[in-house]
Design a protein around this ligand. Sequence first.
Ligand code: PLP
Length: 452
Amino acid sequence: MTSLAQCQALDQQDPLRGLRDLFDLPPGVIYLDGNSLGVMPKATPARVADCVTREWGTDLIQSWNKAGWFNRPQSVGDKIARLIGASAGQVVATDSTSINLFKVLSAALNIAAEDAPRRKRIVSERSNFPTDLYIAEALCKERGFELVLVEPEEIAASLTADVALLMLTHVNYRTGAMHDMAAVTAAAHAEGILTVWDLAHSAGAVPVDLTAAKADFAVGCGYKYLNGGPGAPAFVWVNPMHTDRFWQPLAGWWGHATPFAFTPDYQPAAGITRYMCGTQPMISLTALDCGLDATLAAEPLGGMAALRAKSLALTDLFIQLVEDRCAGHGLGLATPSAHGQRGSQVCLTREYGPHTPPLRGSLPPEGAATALGRPGGGDSGAYAIVQALIARGVVGDFRAGDGQRHKDILRFGFTPLYIGFEDVWSAVEHLRQVLETNEWQRPEFNQKHAVT
Ligand SMILES: *Cc1c(COP(=O)(O)O)cnc(C)c1O
């Protein structure tokens, strides 16, 4: 069993430990939710203030040229490209993940309609992030396609001659399970199917090589592992062999070849710039730029490979300590233990059972089905355990199960830029105490908030 002293020694030996100083972590907080909203880099407030007071306040409209505002989606995109195996000029930081997904799905369907008009299906995973499924469903309705949802083990068999597009999230948001992007893309291509990858839980978290994988389209998120701040612009990448084939449907003036010619007709810009729509948020792009600088500060120390090695060491340690120190409390592991199938988060399941004495008033009569249809009814306690941990300064989050295939989940993200081995040890010690003392059963931890 790894001891606290051994964890402290691991921190001492960690070549990446200095990167934590680039971030403004509130004292006493062990932040295991960087997969949902990354931590603020120390450089961000001053850079954003400069954007507001000097670039906007003083230089006003001149900043479009003088401060590089107009090209900021591309210059920020070039930094993202370094993290995902893309070249400079192939990525723009723009809009939200949901909107970018709409643009690439639509463009991909146009390509499929021309190259393979009889293919009328999009395949995705049932446990994909809901917004991805909603966007695909709406587009399918509009374009006469069918959205087919499968379980991960059914993907290979679902790649049939009527499928135009395979849309997957590289690292699953609920379980942290990771696909082999190169292998899945090759399997799709072998059947004439295009691939769309969502890198929301991958960019800045795990090594990604879109070029080597020969992926077709990719989108990703700026506010998770890229630490760009709440609602940060997302990004979009398109394989250069597809970029200029079609317009994307949100053909606004920022995607025009010559926006300041103000011509009445649309002429798409060459390359990824045509994936832009309208005027972009410069203050938010500035904050995202700071987040990327903090991530790219790892480049001289080994870059994504070094971050990945540390991330795996952190998640291995967390899994081992939970198994050793929190046994007998109904916890299970939803995240694959194989390194090649794991992102940078660990998800624990929680079963309702004898170890979860019912909260007064929360248990339906014996044998009655609950709304979620859980056997025996009641609550897994996962939400309350997460709330009790947050009250102790250990910030993770909760994702509800479906009462069937998916159990309630306690989700812990490990951002190797600012999380250390002692943090992992302390987080598990808090979890152990919350479980052993039944602290999580207090009423204040059982009030549901809007954002879980
Ligand atoms: C976080 C996340 C999103 C978020 O989309 P927004 O448009 O930023 O709200 C989308 N897809 C996946 C897979 C995510 O994890």
